[in-house]
Design a binder for this molecule. Structure first.
Ligand code: RFL
Ligand code: PHB
Length: 390
């Protein structure tokens, strides 16, 4: 096979880039290790920045998101038995976020690819990028007994944190920065009416909790748990009881519980790989960086990488202008690090750290007190949450 842009990974990053480039007449091939059903069974993010929503519209994949997604103008932070609202719209001069699940968004992107006849190869085994530093890099993969080669102009690694792209860059050409947190999030999806129309981030002496949603009939809740815990140790009853204990009494009393339809534990980690380019391989999304989910930045940071890459590739093919490609890593990383800072800050503010001192606790309390006594501090939180400009 021959194409212009070879994309490794058919998650949201790879599909969005493929769709955007196709609409500009640029050919792509997407190689995805898993089946479509497998990719669509993963329950992940739920909060989209308005900039991401605009990119979905540009990709002609936003019809259902605009119809079924909910616009949220604010969210709550619960602490000390009360909840304080962060007025995103008021604090940012009119910005908001869209509540729409990553699963649905990925489904819409697959539909978009199908409609345009885009090439997405599923169950592509043993994908390997080759000749990264040459002007004719290529990909190989196996499908059953067949070994397939795809010649490309550029390779894009959208294959997530555990993918092959980042690992194919020589160790001395990439620097990794990371921080592992001493806890995870236990998430439950349930077909119940959400306890609150807007998200509630709760900090409590027993640990962090989050009340989120996918729609007015589908709730998504999380609690902070020790890393050693397993899903088997958290039957539904125990989960609901612990969640309620961490919420203000009025919220706990209003909680509608039900059977979980998905339950998983995700460890929390901050990670950045620099630079995001080696030769003609470009990294994007979770392949290059991950954040703890507290600031709802993960998927949104992936979208900004795609925005920069999309424009850089269009400039290359349509205007023979390579400045976007040459500046990609630096530009993407500048925004990535701001997302890292915000996610780290939200995580430090709202979680209980097993080894924290009384001094650390007082600082957390003071940070919260400062936040809700200062419009400027709140505005800083809000501008980061709705998404910094691309
Ligand atoms: P993805 O979604 O991981 O997609 C990568 C795709 O690449 C495929 N792949 C390969 N394909 C071919 N060859 C290989 N060798 C391959 N290796 C991997 C994979 O099968 C997959 O389909 O990365 P992408 O597209 O960059 O999207 C990023 C987002 O998925 C991610 O930032 C967020 O989901 C992060 N995240 C969350 N973000 C939030 O904002 N809120 C959340 O609640 C939230 N929950 C989560 C999350 C990430 C999780 N992971 C990665 C374990 C929960 C989990 C469990
Ligand atoms: C979610 O709904 O899955 C969600 C929402 C907000 C976050 C993290 C996850 O910060």
């Amino acid at each position: 096979m021959k194409t212009q842009v070879g994309i490794i990974g058919g998650g949201p990053s790879g599909l969005l880039l493929s769709q955007l480039l196709h609409l500009q007449g640029i050919e792509t091939v997407v190689l995805e290790r898993h089946s479509r059903e497998y990719v669509l069974a993963r329950i992940r993010a739920g909060v989209l920045e308005h900039g991401f929503a605009a990119l979905m519209r540009e990709a002609q994949a936003a019809e259902r998101m605009d119809r079924e997604g909910e616009i949220h103008d604010g969210f709550f932070i619960a602490h000390d038995g009360i909840k304080d609202r962060v007025d995103l719209k008021g604090l940012t001069g009119g910005n908001s976020v869209v509540i729409y699940g990553q699963t649905e968004l990925t489904r819409d992107l697959y539909d978009g690819r199908d409609k345009l006849g885009g090439i997405v190869v599923h169950n592509a085994e043993d994908v390997k990028p080759h000749d990264l530093e040459s002007s004719r890099p290529y990909l190989t993969y196996r499908k059953g007994d067949e070994l397939v080669r795809v010649d490309c102009d550029y390779l894009i690694g959208c294959d997530g944190f555990h993918g092959v792209s980042r690992k194919s860059i020589p160790k001395d050409k990439i620097t990794e920065f990371d921080r592992v947190y001493p806890f995870g999030w236990l998430g439950v999806l349930s077909r119940t009416k959400p306890v609150s129309p807007e998200l509630i981030y709760a900090t409590h002496e027993r640990g962090f909790a989050l009340c989120s949603l996918r729609s007015q009939v589908l709730s998504r809740y999380y609690i902070q748990v020790p890393l050693k815990d397993s899903v088997q140790e958290w039957p539904d009853d125990r989960f609901w009881e612990e969640l309620k204990r961490r919420l203000p009494p009025d919220v706990a009393a209003a909680m509608i519980t039900g059977a979980s339809i998905e339950k998983s534990i995700a460890p929390l980690r901050s990670f950045v790989a620099e630079p995001m380019r080696f030769g003609n391989l470009f990294l994007a999304g979770d392949a290059a960086h991950i954040v703890p989910p507290t600031g709802a930045r993960g998927l949104n940071s992936a979208a900004s990488d795609i925005f920069y890459l999309y424009h850089a590739l269009v400039d290359h093919y349509k205007k023979k202008d390579d400045r976007g490609l040459d500046g990609y890593s630096q530009k993407a990383l500048a925004r990535v690090w701001k997302g890292q800072r915000f996610s780290w800050w939200m995580t430090m503010l709202l979680h209980r750290f097993p080894d924290s001192s009384t001094f650390d606790r007082r600082l957390q309390e003071t940070e919260l007190a400062y936040l809700f006594s200062s419009q400027k501090a709140l505005a800083s939180l809000a501008e980061n949450y709705v998404g910094l400009p691309f």
